[in-house]
Design a protein around this ligand. Structure first.
Ligand code: ZN
Length: 164
């Protein structure tokens, strides 16, 4: 079965920044699962995955424009620590370089702490991978038809998917 719109795709990936060591490897856990054609995956990756099948392995290099966009200048903001997402309500010692999440109109967003104070942090609102050329080593693990419900919702249900 080939990957096209409304197929549920399971894959493993290794992500590295071009010229650097591997930064992320999904093989430590379950495969990543997404519904093809519903913007659940980086556009450049989806384009590369189209037409592939289970067992296929390939490498795709995405320039920033096809990945997380260019880095924007003047993107450092000072915000109150209470606006950082902290599900466990734990006491966290924020440090420069730490990745945190803030709530935005478009949902939670990963940002990087540039400077930490007692009650505020300076965050860089660029995506941590903005401005970077990314190399993905992909292994397609499984391709299946999505259920009508999954297509209607625009995401995968069941194991590794949404539970609701
Ligand atoms: Zn759903």
């Amino acid at each position: 079965m080939l990957i096209e719109a409304n197929k549920v795709v399971s894959l493993h990936y290794r992500l590295s920044e071009a010229g650097h060591d591997v930064a992320e490897d999904s093989r430590g856990g379950a495969p990543v699962v997404y519904l093809h054609g519903h913007r659940g995956m980086l556009k450049g990756l989806e384009d590369a995955l189209a037409g592939k099948k289970a067992g296929d392995t390939f490498t795709v290099t995405l320039p920033p424009e096809q990945a997380y966009g260019p880095r924007r200048a003047n993107s450092v903001q000072r915000i109150s620590i209470k606006h950082l997402i902290n599900p466990g309500k734990k006491k966290i010692h924020y440090k420069p370089g730490m990745m945190v999440q803030v709530n935005t109109a478009e949902g939670p967003r990963n940002v990087v702490v540039v400077k930490a104070g007692l009650k505020t942090v300076d965050i860089d609102t660029n995506h941590p991978l903005a401005g970077k050329t990314l190399v993905f080593d992909i292994e397609v693990v499984d391709v299946r038809d999505a259920t009508p419900e999954e297509i209607a919702h625009g995401h995968v249900h069941g194991e590794s998917g949404h539970h609701h």
